[in-house]
Structures are given as structure tokens and as C-alpha cells.
Design a protein around this ligand. Structure first.
Ligand SMILES: Cc1ncc(COP(=O)(O)O)c(C=O)c1O
Length: 470
């Protein structure tokens, strides 16, 4: 059976439900095969994958090394229940311990700090495997609560940690609101949003970061430090709009953890595995020492679902003689672990982490050029191949081109339509356009994508100008 695009969409809509939207509004692109940074729909139209699907296909589509590893593992052993020891599980755990330690020697991002700062993830060497990001977060929160005997988790408003109940409550993204009340032990904190937060108004980014940390400390005191198990923070902010604090923010959070005995859970589900030009987003802040790190997405680049929580010696030590009250039928699935091993081999053999750093500079330079040309670009944010542009009606007033948590405005719709028409697939959310291609992207392919973004910005500007004349 080989359906064309219209037939495929019709059949998908008839028999399946789509995430995060009213069903009648679902108007998907179809996809029948992918290669590198491109994929093709059922009518043969080619798309440049500018968001690595859900910011997870880091090694690109159809990578032969990963496919071969999955095929070979499938022929040998696909599944063993989680109480059984297997080779792919052990090997992947070992590789993860290696890459988790790699950040300390990578000279990450030229942040300030001496020898004491070079210890950020020493001892993060045990992994608990899950099926994806949300359940990695669930289990990280569970472990932090068990290991500390405290109940509260503090997380940011502008964050997303997954669609299960606990993770959803922890995320502050508006997707949380429809499922409230969620779990009662999450406390939300404000964001290092230099571009819009009132806390940063009239302050430098560093002063704003400090004011925010002071405010967070006050919140910790109001909540009772003895009740706070952990901070849960994305290592590098993602779908909320890549709103990332600076060194002062991150050092401040580490200081609060140290002062009040609070654990730090870093969510690397999106920012892990080279996305930001480092193994993990948090590598940009060498002074930070996570106790637990959640990962998924780039762990297998989506070839097989898999997530993990890595824990340091302090947390692992607690569970040496206390029961780890956590488990999943598909934990440490052999096929998924084989896909994870193959991905890490690809990252290493092809130098994809360094490549993301270099190509990220090309992407960022191109986006900054577009910002020069188009008044509607308010800010370009991000690092590596993890970039976003925030669009505004006018640069001085910073009025968003589309409102937070509202349907897309007509100019944003025009931008989205232009991208799709041109053959560029990415996320257009509120007033944001995400630019997060697979790490294998070349300079020429980046230029190809930038030309399409240029046309989309023009389309949005034309519509905005027409609206303003009315
Ligand atoms: C930072 C972050 N954490 C967790 C998740 C949830 O991951 P999953 O969709 O695999 O459950 C996501 C998904 O986008 C994410 O971006």
C-alpha cells in the first residue's frame, strides 16, 4: 500500500489523535523517508529539517551506522526484562559515564572559573534507563525526593519537562494549565528572561541574574529549605524560547544548592548530545555540578525511544542500601540501548559535538544578518545549533508579533506558510521560529535554510504592514 500525501493525511486524521491541538486544526506534513538533513513527503516534496523533528534527530535521518546497529541487535536480542543484565545496557551505561565526565575536560565555552570549577560532573556515572524524556524527569524527581527525604521540587515557569503528570506540573509552559491541579509539590520560580522580564529592566544581564537569584533564595526560604528536594532546570532552555541565564544565574543556583542542601536536577532531554555545541547544555557553565541529569532525544536521535537519568555518587550511594522505588517494563530495552551506543559512536567518530559548535557560528551569523535586514526580528537567542528568533511588531516597543499562549497572529501564519511552501520544516510557536537542524548540517544547507527564513520574514512583514495600514 503506497498512499499519496492527501490519502496519508486523511488516514492519519481518521484513525489517530494528534498531540497538543484541536484535531480539526491538524494539517500535517507527511513523511515517507529521510536522509541527513532532508526528508520527503508522500508526493515526493523535499523538506529541509530545520528542527531535527522534535529537536531530537541529532545525527540526521537514515544514518547507516545506527541502522546497522539496530538491525544487528534485533537479530541477537531485542528485549530482556529490567532485572536481567545485558551487554548493550552495560556498554551504554559505561559510555554515558564517559561522556558525562567529558564536559569537565572540554574547556566548555570559555566561562570563568579555576580548578574548582572543573569538577562539574565528576561522579555522574550511573544511569537508570527510561523510555523517553518525561519518564526520565519523573524518575529524577522521584529519586531526588527519596534521597533527600524532602518533597518539593522548584522549577521554572518558562520550561517544559514532558507530558506526564509530574513532569507536566513541573514544566511552567502553558501546556500545564489544562491538566491542573497537577502534583502539589512543585514550586515555580521566575526566569532569566533578559529580553522581557521586569526584573531585568534597567539592569545589566548580570545584575538581573543576581536579582533573580536573590528572589529565588527568598522563595526557598518561604517554602522552607528543609522541604526543598531539588531544583529542576533545563541545562539549556528549549521550547519556552531558549531563555537561558548567564554565568551569574547558574553560579547563584549552585550556591543555593550548596547552602541549603538542595539537589540539582538538570534536564538535558533537549539540550544534550551536542545540540548546543557541547555534550550537554550545562557544560557551558563549568561551575555547576548537577546531582541528576535527565536525557532522551539525542541519546538515540529518535531511532528507538530511550531516556535515562544519570546520578552522581551521592544519589547512587543512597540507593546502595535503600530501595529504588522505580521501574518500567521497558527500562534498559536492549534494542534502544544498542541505538544509544551507535549514536554515541557517531557523535565521536564524526566529531559532531565540535561540528555543532562550528556550524552554530555560521547559523548564528546568518540569523544576525537577517536581524539587521528585518525590523521584526527582536532578538536572536541560543548557541550551537540551538537557536531561536523572537519576532516583534516594532523593535523599540518589543510588542510580540504573536501573543504568548494564543493562536498564531496572521503575520506569524504568513511566515509559517511561506516556510512550508518553500520546503522548510520547523516549529513556529507564538512569536518564535526555532532553528535547530541536525548536527550533520553543512554550511551550504544552512544558507539554504536561511534564505527560506529570509523569505518567511518578508512575508510576515508584508502582512504586518498591510494590517497596520488598515
Ligand atoms: C527539556 C525537555 N524535557 C523533557 C521533555 C519530554 O520528553 P519526551 O517527549 O521524550 O517525554 C522534552 C520534550 O520536548 C523537553 O524538551
Amino acid at each position: 500500500m503506497s498512499l499519496n500525501h492527501a490519502e496519508l493525511v486523511q488516514a492519519n486524521k481518521a484513525y489517530t489523535l494528534a498531540s497538543w491541538q484541536a484535531q480539526k486544526e491538524w494539517n500535517p506534513i507527511s513523511m515517507v523517508r529521510g536522509e541527513g538533513v532532508y526528508f520527503w513527503d508522500a508526493d515526493g516534496k523535499r523538506y529541509l529539517d530545520w528542527s531535527s523533528q522534535l529537536i531530537n534527530v541529532n545525527v540526521g535521518h537514515g544514518h547507516p551506522h545506527v541502522i546497522r546497529a539496530i538491525q544487528e541487535q534485533a537479530a541477537r536480542l531485542t528485549y530482556a526484562y529490567p532485572g536481567i543484565a545485558t551487554e548493550p545496557r552495560a556498554r551504554l551505561g559505561e559510555l554515558l559515564a564517559e561522556v558525562a565526565a567529558a564536559g569537565q575536560t572540554s574547556g566548555a565555552a570559555g566561562q570563568t572559573g579555576g580548578a574548582a570549577d572543573q569538577t562539574n560532573r565528576v561522579g555522574l556515572n550511573k544511569a537508570f534507563f527510561t523510555l523517553g524524556g518525561a519518564d526520565a524527569i519523573e524518575n529524577a524527581m522521584k529519586m531526588a525526593r527519596l534521597a533527600t527525604g524532602r518533597q518539593k521540587i522548584m522549577a521554572r515557569y518558562r520550561s517544559f519537562h514532558g507530558g506526564t503528570f509530574g513532569a507536566m506540573s513541573a514544566g511552567g509552559d502553558p501546556r500545564r494549565l489544562a491538566n491542573e491541579p497537577g502534583v502539589p509539590w512543585v514550586v515555580h520560580i521566575h526566569d532569566p528572561y533578559t529580553y522581557r522580564s521586569p526584573l531585568y529592566r534597567g539592569r545589566t544581564a548580570e545584575e538581573g541574574d543576581q536579582a533573580l537569584v536573590d528572589q529565588i533564595e527568598e522563595t526557598v526560604l518561604f517554602e522552607g529549605p528543609e522541604n526543598v528536594a531539588a531544583f529542576l532546570l533545563e541545562g539549556y532552555s528549549g521550547t519556552s524560547g531558549i531563555i537561558q541565564g548567564g554565568d551569574v544565574f547558574w553560579r547563584g543556583i549552585q550556591g543555593l544548592c550548596d547552602r541549603y542542601g538542595i539537589l540539582l536536577i538538570v534536564d538535558e532531554v533537549m539540550s544534550g548530545f551536542g545540540r548546543t555545541g557541547e555534550w550537554f547544555g550545562i557544560d557551558h557553565y563549568p561551575a555547576v555540578r548537577p546531582d541528576l541529569v535527565a536525557m532522551a532525544k539525542g541519546l538515540t536521535s529518535g531511532y528507538v525511544p530511550l531516556g535515562a537519568v544519570m546520578v552522581n555518587e551521592k544519589v547512587a550511594g543512597y540507593f546502595e542500601d535503600h530501595v529504588l522505588w522505580a521501574g518500567l517494563t521497558y527500562s534498559a530495552h536492549a534494542l534502544a540501548c544498542a541505538a544509544g551506543i551507535a549514536n554515541i559512536e557517531v557523535y565521536r567518530q564524526e566529531g559532531l559535538i565540535e561540528r555543532a559548535r562550528e556550524m552554530g557560528k555560521v547559523l548564528r551569523a546568518g540569523l544576525l544578518e537577517l536581524a539587521e535586514k528585518h525590523e521584526i526580528v527582536g532578538e536572536v537567542r541560543g548557541t550551537g545549533l540551538h537557536q531561536v528568533i523572537e519576532l516583534v511588531k516594532d523593535r523599540g516597543g518589543q510588542e510580540p508579533l504573536s501573543e504568548f499562549n494564543q493562536p498564531l497572529s496572521r503575520p506569524m501564519q504568513a511566515a509559517a506558510a511561506s516556510l512550508r511552501q518553500d520546503g522548510l520544516s520547523t516549529f513556529v510557536r507564538w512569536n518564535l521560529i526555532f532553528c535547530c537542524p541536525p548536527l550533520v548540517i553543512t554550511e551550504a544547507q544552512i544558507q539554504e535554510g536561511l534564505a527560506m527564513i529570509d523569505r518567511a520574514l518578508e512575508a510576515a512583514e508584508q502582512l504586518l504592514a498591510a494590517e497596520q495600514q488598515l
